[in-house]
Design a protein around this ligand. Sequence first.
Ligand code: HEC
Ligand code: HEC
Length: 504
Amino acid sequence: MPPPVSAPSTRSRKIVRPGLTSARRGLVAALLLLGVRADLRAQSPAVPVLPAPLANYTSVLPPHFLNPAVVQQDNTPADNPITDAGATLGRVLFYDKRLSANQTVSCSSCHRPDSGFSDPRRFSVGLDGGLTDRNSMGLTNARWYQRRTFFWDERAATLEVQVLQPIQNTVEMDLSLPTLVSRLGGEAFYADLFTAAFGSPTVTTDRISRALAQFVRALASTRTKYDAGVGVNFSNFTAEENLGRRLFHGEIGAATCAQCHGTDNFSSGPRINNNGLENPYVDKGVGAVSGRALDEGLFKVPSLRNAALTAPYMHDGRFATLEEVVEFYNSGVVAHPNLSPPLRARPPAQGPLRLNLTAAEKAALVAFMKTLTDTALAADARFADPFPQTAFHDADLNRDSRISLAELTRMIELFNTRFGSVRTGSYAVAAEATEDGFAVDRGRASDRLARLARYHAADSDRNGKIGLPELTRVMEFYHSRAGTIRTGAYHAAAGTDDGFAPGP
Ligand code: HEC
Ligand code: HEC
């Protein structure tokens, strides 16, 4: 049978032992097919793999980040500047499932790097399968928000306060801070990380909060097409992108976007706004916190940097695409007593602002917002998961850093028990949308396609299902090819981008 993934890429040349790369890929495919992560993941997570010397989180910002309008948006407090050791500790905490009571959820479960540190799901799934009541917020450039407050309704006065909330939130991570402190205190590697960051191994809530806040503030996007254009009068933009830029800033047409999504951070200034999504608001935003009618529908908006990655949009994730967002501002803003002035019609006209954009202008606004996408940030190793591939770690029951045939068999059994049979349903449907543990996660469209290709390759009788014989053949194939199912040390491999990690 064919390998369940495309032929090894040029990457395989880097591998000392030929064949191992595709063996690893095949194993990953098998793990993905099995979807047993959910069954095994309650086991204690791994030890992080970190660079030495420490990664640099304090690199100098480009000149346009030093202009006064941007500097006054910077919410870094004087007593918690970013340090390399602090942000490194923050990175480990951010990806560590120990921060949730049953050790199944980390911050990154709902703030994913390839989604602009947001969640592609409309509502995020917490530790026991419960849903959050709002859409996760992108964390790109969260460091710059003039009002310094956090959450859609600004209920956290600072980022240092905010980062401790999800840990204690009963839907999200449900862990008490004393339990967290004692749990982390029992891990030798944390003693080293706390010492490097704060001078002693003592774990405290305050130190956890500072380190997490430093890491979140370090998620600075400064390398977009937009940034490259700032110094050259956007001569690097296409005509469409420049049209969108001028529309966004109100140089052409009636749009007022930049009045609320301002500066080179595309975040708001001194005001918090109501953008007329509905009337009355189901979720009152600031109004639910203050109990005052004049706060109804006021919401913080995260920076629009990386907006193309953070779908769905708005506090309730109601819009799936940027096109829908633009059409909303074009024709759909709803009258509301608290509607912010930039979205009201110019007197003597009444009611919400209507933009009357042409199809080309709407497309241009979307094209402009896409110039704010920073793929370098998503791919940046400084911000990546420092823990070894969890699927491998979870499968490695005896923790010898290898997946044996016995461990694979155990996984098949577990999966079998859970679903009554190895039948996994139509893989096309499963890969697309199910939450049943079959698909590892939904991820980007390109990931989904890669997954579909693997399913298709493994489905040798082309019946749309992966049967036990097919699964067994995948195992046998890789067994014969690599001589054994032994896959090497996943600790070393997880950081190497050598085909061990799943996805394209
Ligand atoms: C189960 C999903 C989930 C987990 C886990 C989670 N978050 Fe969030 N996060 C959300 C949601 C949803 C919101 C918006 C909630 C709201 O505004 O009421 C949010 C908002 C935020 C914000 C506010 C951003 C802004 O601009 O105001 C920050 C910062 C943040 N999360 C960081 C973290 C950190 C750090 C962790 C880990 C300690 C974490 N989150 C864990 C779902 C999650
Ligand atoms: C009056 C201020 C205001 C104006 C003008 C405005 N917005 Fe917004 N924008 C907001 C607020 C507030 C939110 C969040 C609302 C919510 O979730 O309830 C938001 C949300 C968004 C989001 C979704 C962000 C996310 O992470 O979910 C996008 C994209 C966006 N706006 C783009 C635009 C564009 C494009 C324009 C111009 C056509 C524009 N905005 C004009 C205030 C404004």
